[in-house]
Design a protein around this ligand. Structure first.
Ligand SMILES: [Zn+2]
Length: 310
């Protein structure tokens, strides 16, 4: 190539690359790594597209930022919710439009109050509201609640920017009011507490939990979503992540199936629940898990399988 021609071509390419970088920069200006203060007590990261998560204390928070506003899934506790709201205001100059509660447990809804006069709507399953009201009354913390103001029964769909968000309640599982949140275009799913990733789950029978149906709900989850789906889980055991894939859903399902089998066998053998708790170190397949919560899981499955009123 002639020297002058070479310089001209190179300059052209450099120009295009510069323009390309600029365009890329515009397109992805919201998806740079999030810079947190070095002593920040929380984790906040982008996961895919404009969807990310926040973890500090309580159930993992998911969020989406779009040109219409921010959508937040779950609220942890007031202090944690305020941390998230502050970080969001640094990241985006757009309002928080919607808060979704995956269920009523206070490590997911106590932070609702921090969204007062900030979020335009709080969406939850109808039973989540009832459960939250009962729980707040029992713990005498009704004043500290901010309740959902948009309720649904089976599914609820809305849009934020280009993202379509579909909420589903499949049936009683962790509680009677669980919601699965699907960011459909980006293919990210927040499972709430339907998955404790390799950790003994809380089975809230007084709030309508049902282990056998929980297995069905997870089975349906595997049918509804695909191999590309990225999941956010409410909690994870030590050394495991609150972000995962369908293998983690299968692991949770396998645990619940083993728990049911364990309960059926114990009932057949007529073992007293106190002896069962004293003698059991782990449920099949959970040898390496932290033992915290095992006792309550044993109690819950025996009560469920023997129709105990609690
Ligand atoms: Zn929960």
């Amino acid at each position: 190539m002639h020297r002058r021609q070479f310089i001209k071509t190179t300059a052209h390419i450099a120009g295009y690359l510069y323009l390309f970088d600029l365009l890329q920069g515009c397109k992805s200006s919201n998806v740079h790594p999030i810079r947190l203060a070095p002593d920040a007590p929380y984790t906040m990261k982008y996961l895919r597209g404009h969807i990310g998560y926040f973890a500090e204390r309580g159930g993992t928070i998911g969020w989406l930022s779009s040109k219409d506003g921010v959508v937040v899934v779950d609220a942890q506790f007031p202090e944690q919710a305020r941390h998230l709201i502050t970080e969001m205001s640094h990241l985006h100059k757009i309002p928080i439009e919607t808060l979704i509660n995956t269920h009523h447990h206070y490590d997911h809804t106590a932070g609702n109050i921090a969204f007062k006069n900030i979020a335009k709507q709080i969406i939850a399953h109808r039973n989540s509201l009832t459960n939250q009201q009962i729980s707040a009354r029992q713990r005498n913390v009704e004043d500290a609640q901010l309740y959902p103001n948009v309720l649904y029964d089976k599914t609820f769909q809305f849009y934020s920017g280009k993202e379509s968000i579909l909420l589903r309640h499949i049936g009683p599982a962790h509680t009677s009011g669980d919601t699965i949140v699907h960011f459909q275009n980006t293919n990210v799913v927040h499972m709430g507490d339907l998955v404790f990733n390799r950790r003994y789950p809380y089975i809230d029978r007084p709030a309508g939990a049902n282990v056998q149906n929980w297995i069905e709900v997870l089975d349906r989850t595997l049918e509804l979503f695909d191999r590309d789906t990225l999941y956010i889980f409410g909690h994870a055991g030590k050394g495991y992540d609150v972000i995962g894939d369908r293998e983690d859903i299968k692991a949770m399902m396998a645990y619940l199936e083993n728990l049911v089998q364990f309960g059926q066998k114990a009932i057949q053998q007529g073992t007293a629940i106190e002896n069962l708790i004293a003698e059991t170190k782990y449920i099949k397949g959970t040898e390496s898990w932290d033992p915290g919560g095992l006792e309550r899981n044993i109690e819950a499955i025996i009560y469920e399988l023997s129709d105990h009123p609690d």
